[in-house]
Write a protein that binds this ligand. Structure first.
Ligand code: PBE
Length: 266
C-alpha cells in the first residue's frame, strides 16, 4: 500500500536537522511510539534539510522532513504537516525569552526591552522570507524595524537607554531564531547597547544563560520542544515569558505526497 510506497521512495529516511534540536528527540519518540521500525532519522543541519527539500520539491519527488512554524518554507512551497494522533510533537507552543540572573540589576534598560519583546508569527515570517530571498539577516531586521515603529515603540517603552554597554545574545542557526535574534539585537543597538551575537548549539545556548556567560536568548520553545534543557537549567535563569505564541513542530511533506498521517508511514 501507501506505506510501502513512501518508505521505498524515500529510502525510509526522515530528513532531520541539528542533533540537539528538540524536534529531533520528538521525531525519535515518534519513530518508537508509532512503531516505525524501518525508518531512520537523518541528522544534519537546518540548512541541509532545506536544501534537500528544495531539491526534492523541484523534482516532485517524495520527501519527509522535520518541519516547524513559523518558517518561510510554508510560503515558498505547498507543504503539509502529517497528522500526529498520539501528540508526540506537542501542541501549539510559545517561544520564550530567557536571560541570566543579575541582568535586571546590571542592565535594567536592556532587560526591559527583552522583557517587552513580543511579536506575531507573521512578523517573524516577514523577516525570514526576506532573508530567504537573499537579504542579509541584519538588513532584513532593519527593514522590519523601519516598517514597524509602533511595535518597536512598545518594546522600548520606559526602557532606560544604553550608553555603549555590552550585551551578548546566544542563538542557534534555525531560520526562525536567526530572524528573531537579529531583530531584537538591532533594537538593542538602536537603544544604545553594544550587542554581540553568538551562534551556538542548543545545549550551550541554555547553559550559557544559566552560567552567566551569555546575557539573553529569545529562542526557548516551550513547554515541549526544549523541556529537557529548560528543566535542567530553570533554577539558574530568569524566564521572561513568551515573545511569540502559536508555533508548531511536526513531520512535513510536500502536498503532492499522498499520505496524511504519521501512521501512514508504518
Ligand atoms: N526548531 C526551531 C527548534 C526550536 C526552534 C523547532 C527546529 C528545535 O527543534 O529545537
Amino acid at each position: 500500500g501507501n506505506a510501502n510506497g513512501i518508505g521505498k521512495q524515500t529510502d525510509y529516511k526522515i530528513i532531520g536537522i541539528e542533533p540537539g534540536a528538540g524536534i529531533m528527540s520528538q521525531t525519535n519518540t515518534a519513530i518508537k511510539d508509532y512503531h516505525l521500525d524501518d525508518w531512520q532519522l537523518v541528522e544534519g543541519s537546518s540548512a541541509a534539510m532545506v536544501a534537500e527539500l528544495k531539491k526534492a520539491y523541484a523534482a516532485k519527488e517524495p520527501i519527509i522532513v522535520t518541519g516547524w512554524s513559523p518558517h518561510w518554507k510554508f510560503s515558498s512551497f505547498d507543504l503539509k504537516y502529517l497528522d500526529d494522533p498520539k501528540g508526540v510533537f506537542g501542541g501549539s507552543e510559545d517561544i520564550n525569552t530567557l536571560v541570566r540572573k543579575g541582568l535586571e540589576q546590571e542592565l535594567p534598560g536592556a532587560y526591559t526591552i527583552l522583557d517587552q519583546f513580543f511579536w506575531e508569527t507573521g512578523d517573524m515570517e516577514d523577516v525570514m522570507v526576506d532573508i530567504e530571498n537573499g537579504m542579509s539577516a541584519e538588513e532584513a531586521a532593519e527593514k522590519w524595524i523601519e516598517a514597524n515603529p509602533d511595535k518597536v515603540a512598545e518594546w522600548t517603552k520606559g526602557a532606560q537607554a544604553g550608553n555603549g554597554e555590552s550585551i551578548n545574545l546566544v542563538y542557534v542557526a534555525w531560520d526562525s531564531e536567526i530572524a528573531s535574534t537579529n531583530v531584537i539585537s538591532k533594537v538593542l543597538e538602536q537603544q544604545g547597547y553594544d550587542v554581540t551575537l553568538n551562534q551556538v548549539e542548543v545545549g550551550p545556548m541554555f547553559a550559557g544563560i544559566a552560567n552567566g556567560s551569555a546575557d539573553g536568548m529569545v529562542s526557548a520553545w516551550l513547554p515541549s520542544t526544549h523541556v529537557e534543557y529548560y528543566n535542567t537549567y530553570k533554577e539558574d535563569l530568569v524566564d521572561l515569558g513568551p515573545n511569540l505564541q502559536g508555533t508548531k513542530n511536526g513531520l512535513v511533506v510536500p502536498e503532492y505526497v499522498d499520505i496524511d498521517s504519521i501512521e501512514d508511514l508504518k
